[in-house]
Design a binder for this molecule. Structure first.
Ligand code: SF4
Length: 247
């Protein structure tokens, strides 16, 4: 793993998905096989494989402190092209510092991660009513998780994190994306732990070879994606959870 400490030029960037996005890191130790953020390599000049480099934006909080005073308030996504709670965050605390600034200024924030390290910052979330916290969960089957996301935390730890946050009164959501084999089991695991659920299919082809290698290609079909999304949506309806299918 190549870790570089860098000085960023800007941190509160315009986003197509939300109003703004804050990425305290470039690169991600979780190295998920299907990660759409691989495209970042093109813009940052990295030649290393995705998951083998992280640039740490040491001045992220200082930049945000200044930029927040000059930009119109809008919803901030933390983070778009890295996991804000990848293991390095335990050492650097950049995400925590940025979230504290956003909370202090009462900006609406959507945090999204695959890591229970997010619980470290529960004190910020508990006092920030404009925040929501989401955990990405792609399957209920941890043996499938190990195939596609071997470096990311186990599914049960992510669901336990959602449970803890929700019980603490934090608005929570599950991002079921991309739908991986075994995702249907999530319909039983999430009720009572989330306020809403978002579902998306696999939109990039970087992991197709893994499906082939493990004889899982039937899970790549449009039919599988719509059947499972409909199944999870129906279960959510029964449990009174808002569910949005994004494809
Ligand atoms: S955690 Fe997110 S950003 Fe990191 S590798 Fe996985 S999909 Fe990509």
């Amino acid at each position: 793993m190549i870790i570089r400490e860098v000085q960023a030029k800007t941190i509160l960037s315009i986003s197509k998905i939300r109003d703004y996005v804050v990425n305290p890191y470039i690169g991600c130790e979780h190295a998920c096989s299907y990660c759409y953020a691989r495209f970042m390599k093109r813009f940052t000049g990295h030649k290393e494989p995705w998951g083998e480099f992280v640039d740490v934006k040491l001045n992220a909080a200082e930049l945000l402190q200044k930029e927040i005073l000059t930009k119109k308030m809008g919803e901030v996504w933390v983070s778009g092209v890295c996991d804000p709670y990848q293991p390095l965050e335990a050492k650097y605390g950049l995400t925590r510092k940025c979230l504290a600034i956003l909370a202090q200024h009462k900006w609406p924030v959507s945090v999204q991660t695959r890591s229970p390290l997010v619980l470290r910052d529960i004190d910020i979330f508990e006092t920030a009513p404009t925040f929501e916290v989401g955990l990405s969960v792609t399957t209920a089957d941890d043996s499938i998780r190990k195939i596609f996301e071997p470096q990311a935390p186990p599914i049960k730890d992510r669901i336990a994190a959602l449970d803890t946050l929700h019980k603490a009164g934090v608005k929570t959501y599950a991002m079921i994306a991309p739908l991986l084999p075994g995702a249907e089991g999530l319909a039983q695991l999430l009720p009572g732990k989330v306020d809403h659920i978002l579902i998306d299919r696999l939109n990039y082809h970087s992991a197709d070879w893994i499906f082939r290698e493990h004889n899982l290609t039937k899970y790549l079909s449009a039919e599988y994606f719509s059947t499972i999304a409909a199944e999870i949506s129906a279960a959510c309806k029964k449990s009174g959870i808002e569910c949005q299918v994004l494809f």
